[in-house]
Design a protein around this ligand. Structure first.
Ligand code: FMN
Ligand code: SF4
Ligand code: SF4
Length: 310
């Protein structure tokens, strides 16, 4: 068995066309699974790889002679394409301007996001790096305001049935197991969040996903590296910004729909295939707010480690 994902548990097959191969060694050099080696002036498949071919595709992407093919783990030569002209792509200043102009948008014009833009967002998000290929990220697309609102209503009804999670007795019970920071988070954030979501929804105000015309939920599977859905969501957000859309990430749904029978039922009702360690909603739409200034922000810390002496 190779590295398992929800999509495949096999290693990929490596095929080398010796009539085309010039033994330049590029594929051997990039393969960090050490699936390839040169023996007697011939590229061969190693019988001592790290994991077995993970289908990262790097060997096909560097081969100047189209002499190596990977088949399996959702990859084949059909997936390769000619690179766009890098000179025509965004430079740092343009990218920084896009990032600096971004704000979390929670007020949207009553205007749908076209299917063309949705596809463009997904096309860009699919380029995100992943812990291990093939990507084990799933995306639930809510492509209209009605679907986004419907999700928020269902979610609030679900939260009503989960109120015990923020009760005094449950938080006190969990305190020794999950520690002080989580205790403080539940008391200071999660419990008020329940009240804010539910109280406002009762008044017809949707603070779960703000009646956006488009939402995407990026989530994993039990196999997925927890960072993968977050990285993909971030790519989607930046792509949407480049298309003139406003965006906002929403962390208030994923953690609460992971554990227990009620959460499983909710996920099934919404077409969410798996529970997963991490996941993130992103909402998209045409902004109804114009920000006039940017905001300088800092990381909690950035420190250069000293050079280690041996
Ligand atoms: C992981 C994550 C979860 C977030 N969850 C929510 C949310 O549930 N609701 C919301 O209104 N904003 C949410 N935000 C947006 C943040 O509140 C916002 O990024 C922050 O206030 C800074 O504002 P800015 O994005 O305009 O710089 C989230 C952002 C991130 C990165
Ligand atoms: S696809 Fe990746 S892991 Fe497989 S042989 Fe090529 S470089 Fe190595
Ligand atoms: S990169 Fe292509 S040409 Fe070079 S050694 Fe590998 S298979 Fe042969």
């Amino acid at each position: 068995m190779a590295i398992p994902t929800s999509r495949t548990k096999d290693k990929a097959e490596i095929r080398i066309n010796y009539e085309k191969c010039t033994v330049c060694g590029s594929c051997v050099n990039v393969c960090k699974d050490f699936s390839l080696k040169i023996v007697n002036q011939k590229v061969v498949v190693s019988d001592t790889p790290c994991f077995g071919c993970i289908a990262c595709g790097h060997c096909m992407a560097v081969c100047p002679s189209d002499a190596i093919e990977i088949h399996g783990r959702m990859l084949s030569p059909d997936n390769m394409f000619v690179l766009p002209d890098i000179e025509k792509s965004t430079d740092y200043d343009e990218l920084l301007a896009l990032l600096q102009c971004r704000r979390s948008i929670r007020e949207f014009k009553d205007k749908p996001v076209s299917e063309e833009l949705i596809n463009k967002i997904l096309e860009a998000a699919k380029t995100a790096p992943m812990g291990l290929p093939p990507s084990d990220v799933n995306v639930l697309v809510l492509d209209s305001k009605e679907k986004v609102q419907g999700f928020a209503t269902d979610y609030c009804n679900f939260l009503k049935r989960m109120k015990w999670l923020v009760s005094d007795w449950f938080i006190a019970l969990m305190r020794p197991f999950w520690g002080k920071p989580m205790d403080e988070m539940f008391k200071g954030f999660v419990r008020p969040l329940f009240d804010i979501y539910l109280g406002n929804m009762d008044k017809g105000i949707n603070l779960v996903n703000y009646d956006a015309p488009l939402a995407m939920y990026f989530y994993g599977s039990p196999y997925t590296d927890p960072a993968d859905p977050i990285v993909a969501a971030t790519y989607a957000m930046i792509a949407a910004e480049s298309l003139g859309l406003g965006t906002c990430m929403l962390g208030g749904v994923h953690p609460l729909i992971q554990s227990g029978k009620k959460a499983k039922k909710f996920r099934e009702q919404q077409g969410i295939k798996f529970a997963s360690r991490e996941g993130l909603f992103v909402i998209f739409g045409y902004s109804n707010v114009k920000y006039l200034k940017g905001i300088h922000r800092n990381f909690a810390s950035v420190e250069a480690i000293p050079i280690h002496s041996v």
